[in-house]
Design a protein around this ligand. Structure first.
Ligand SMILES: [Zn+2]
Length: 63
């Protein structure tokens, strides 16, 4: 598996389920994405394992 994959997450602010697109060609990355529901900035820490499966941790900015 490669390329963009959609990953389901839960917003750290409002608790709503959201879906983000992860670029699985990058093994490790962090970026900020605004929640589609409450528009607050979430920091996504993305790690892609050797099988190309992404795992995403959500945290608050400035933490
Ligand atoms: Zn939210």
């Amino acid at each position: 598996m490669q390329g963009l994959q959609s990953v389901r997450l839960q917003c750290a602010f409002c608790g709503e389920p959201i879906e983000v697109l992860v670029d699985c060609s990058v093994p490790e990355q962090s970026y900020v994405e605004d929640c589609a529901v409450c528009c607050r900035p979430l920091v996504l820490d993305v790690v892609v394992d050797e099988d190309g499966v992404p795992s995403v941790a959500v945290r608050y900015e400035n933490e």
